[in-house]
Design a protein around this ligand. Structure first.
Ligand SMILES: [Zn+2]
Length: 259
């Protein structure tokens, strides 16, 4: 079964959710089970695409109880299966006190779900493609039509600022205070970069968050390649971003037909 899913991911990493491969079974009737199945599939796709490494995690808010969400126990995302999924409260504690150990960075998920009622899925990566943009003083920008969901400049979370009062500090989001600071930097947007670490991406579904994660990765690769050719590059502009927000991104005809 796992081989079948990975094969689907190789063939159609982005469209797998929209056009399921024949090897996939019908979606579960239970809405939470359907979301959990998407968490497992997204973990495999993003690993296959080289975006998730041995770390990084995908979660989904519960459709039945929005004060809870589902995420894998602390383990490599490539190996995640249904049995590894843990139900977690927004207090960042597992609902089942006997649940297996969770990832220390679960506060990314708890605090974003608390701050954003519209968010149904959170993905945290250590994507190497986006990390240079947090180091070089060059903002990550939408340069591809498929990345038109990005803001004109993707915000950057500087953990050193959020940790400024701590004498002992690190890079990971291991408590609610840092999770809150990250959620604040994310604001109402789809993506926040994390300096020297990766990014956090949100969506109205696991599928949307997954596609956004993939196209943030591809956009970063394209922008890096363009910057290697020239310091002066052309990004999407506000009109193009507004067209995306209005759902006219792939429109082939001018919206004001006849003019
Ligand atoms: Zn991390």
């Amino acid at each position: 079964m796992r081989e079948a899913v990975v094969t689907c991911a190789v063939l159609a990493a982005v469209t797998i959710f929209t056009y399921p491969c024949q090897a996939q079974s019908p979606a579960p009737s239970d809405p939470d089970e359907a979301r959990i199945e998407d968490v497992v599939t997204a973990s495999h796709i993003l690993t296959n695409e080289g975006i998730l490494d041995s770390f990084g995690h995908v979660s989904a808010r519960s459709a039945k109880n929005p004060d809870r969400f589902f995420m894998p126990r602390a383990m490599p995302p490539a190996l995640v299966s249904r049995a590894d999924i843990v139900e977690v409260g927004l207090d960042c504690k597992p609902v089942d006190a006997n649940a297996p150990r969770l990832n220390g960075e679960r506060y990314i998920h708890c605090q974003v779900y608390k701050a954003r009622s519209d968010v149904q899925s959170v993905i945290h990566t250590h994507d190497l493609a986006v990390i240079p943009f947090g180091l070089a003083g060059i903002p990550l920008q939408p340069v591809l039509v498929q990345a038109g969901f990005l803001p004109l400049e993707v915000p950057l979370f500087e953990v050193r600022e959020a940790n400024a009062s701590e004498t002992k500090r690190g890079m990971l989001v291991l408590n609610a205070t840092l999770g809150d600071a990250l959620a604040k930097k994310l604001g109402a947007g789809p993506v926040v970069l994390m300096r020297g670490h990766g990014d956090t991406v949100v969506g109205r579904s696991v599928r949307e968050a997954t596609v956004r994660t993939i196209y943030t990765h591809i956009d970063a690769q394209a922008q890096s390649a363009a910057l290697a050719l020239s310091r002066k590059i052309t990004t999407l502009d506000n009109a193009e971003l507004e067209a995306n927000a209005a759902g006219r991104f792939y429109q082939t005809e001018h919206p004001k037909k006849g003019k």
